[in-house]
Design a binder for this molecule. Sequence first.
Ligand code: SF4
Ligand code: SF4
Length: 84
Amino acid sequence: MAFVITSACIKDELCVDVCPTDCIHPKKDEPAFEEVQQLFVDPEECIDCGACVPVCTSDAIQDAQEIPAELQSFVAANAAYYGR
Ligand code: SF4
Ligand code: SF4
């Protein structure tokens, strides 16, 4: 399992700057950035380090294993962005 970004994301890339595996996209220099409402975690590249959670001032990042039921759909949404 991985960490998951939800709709509370404000695309400020604070998490991108601390992620050791560069598994959070799209980034500002990628074409899709303007089209998406939030960023997404690649579940196959995330190493579950949790470094992104404390830097997110929007409380938008959840551990997929502990995610509340009402946010469960974001597990699939994050994976789907990467075609997983
Ligand atoms: S730090 Fe939080 S609000 Fe900012 S881009 Fe990452 S998930 Fe979105
Ligand atoms: S848990 Fe670690 S590897 Fe996974 S998205 Fe957050 S910072 Fe990146």
